[in-house]
Design a protein around this ligand. Structure first.
Ligand code: DAT
Ligand code: MG
Length: 155
C-alpha cells in the first residue's frame, strides 16, 4: 500500500489540559500508525524554523511564545494519505469554527491555542519530519491490523 508519513505535534495547551491521550487515541482509532514520538521543550530556534512561513504574520510573536511555553509531544504518523487524513481529523484552524468530530472542533475554542499541528503538504511533512526527528527516531513499521483497516480495492 502507498504509505505516507506526516508530522504532528500536540501543542502546549493540549498537553497542559491532559488531552494528549484523547488526541492520540483518535489517531490510533482512525487506523493510522504512530511511528515516532517524543516530548520536546521547543527552543526559540526550532519554533522559528518550524513556523518560518508565518514570520511576517501579526500573530507570529504570540505563536512563538505559545509553542515554547511548555512541552509538546511530537508525532510521526503513517498511513495511506496520512497528510490529508490527519488534516481532516484536526479540523479548521479556529476551534470555534472547526467542525464537530474534529480534534479542534470537539476540544478547542481558540485559533492560537488550537491543540495540535499537522503538516499541510508532502513538502511540509518532509521538511518538518527532518527538522524534528533525528535518523533512527522513526520506525516505519506496518500494523498487522492494517488488513482490517484498509480494503485493497479502495486504493
Ligand atoms: P493550521 O495550524 O491550521 O495549519 P496556519 O498554518 O494558518 O494554521 O497557522 C499556524 C498556526 O498559527 C495556527 O495553528 C495557530 C496560529 N494562528 C494562525 N492564525 C491565527 C490567528 N488568526 N490568531 C492567532 N493564531 C493564529
Ligand atoms: Mg499550517
Amino acid at each position: 500500500m502507498p504509505m505516507e508519513t506526516t508530522f504532528l505535534f500536540i501543542k502546549p495547551d493540549a498537553v497542559q489540559r491532559g488531552l494528549a491521550g484523547n488526541i492520540i487515541a483518535r489517531i490510533e482509532a482512525k487506523g493510522l500508525t504512530i511511528v515516532g514520538t517524543k516530548m520536546v521543550q521547543v527552543s526559540p530556534e526550532l519554533a522559528k524554523a518550524h513556523y518560518a512561513e508565518h514570520a511576517e504574520r501579526s500573530f507570529f510573536p504570540t505563536l512563538l511564545a505559545f509553542v515554547t511555553s511548555s512541552p509538546v509531544i511530537a508525532l510521526a504518523v503513517r498511513g495511506v494519505n496520512a497528510i490529508s487524513v490527519c488534516r481532516n481529523l484536526i479540523g479548521a484552524t479556529n476551534g470555534q469554527k472547526a467542525a464537530p468530530g474534529t480534534i479542534r472542533g470537539d476540544l478547542g475554542m481558540s485559533a492560537g491555542n488550537n491543540l495540535i499541528h499537522g503538516s499541510d503538504s508532502p513538502e511540509a511533512a518532509a521538511k518538518e519530519l527532518a527538522l524534528w526527528f533525528k535518523a533512527g527516531e522513526i520506525q516505519p513499521y506496518d500494523r498487522t491490523i492494517n488488513n482490517w483497516v484498509y480494503d485493497p480495492s479502495d486504493l
